[in-house]
Design a protein around this ligand. Structure first.
Ligand code: SF4
Length: 83
């Protein structure tokens, strides 16, 4: 897989990796899930972040499309938290 700064997973990974992540997102209980607008806003913030490489946050190692889907989780960049 080619490294892609500022790409989300859906834009940079093999389809099966993205499908696996989205399958895990679908399994998050609805009460713990980020509402759609919050989720989209979080991912847009990640897309303009220098720490995003090929869908992975270099601050925490998470696929951002998974991390952003958990409402209680926050951007891990303590010095410049974007969400
Ligand atoms: S540091 Fe925050 S905004 Fe940047 S990629 Fe990670 S989760 Fe997204």
């Amino acid at each position: 897989m080619k490294e892609c700064p500022r790409c989300l997973l859906r834009e940079s990974a093999e389809n099966d990796v993205y499908a696996g992540v989205m399958d895990r997102v679908e399994r998050i209980p609805s009460g713990e899930r980020s509402p759609e607008e919050l989720y989209r806003n979080r991912l847009e913030a990640c897309r303009s972040c220098v720490h995003l490489i090929s869908g992975v946050c270099m601050k925490c190692g998470c696929y951002v499309e998974f991390r952003a889907a958990y409402r209680r989780l926050r951007c891990p960049d303590a010095k410049d938290r974007k969400w």
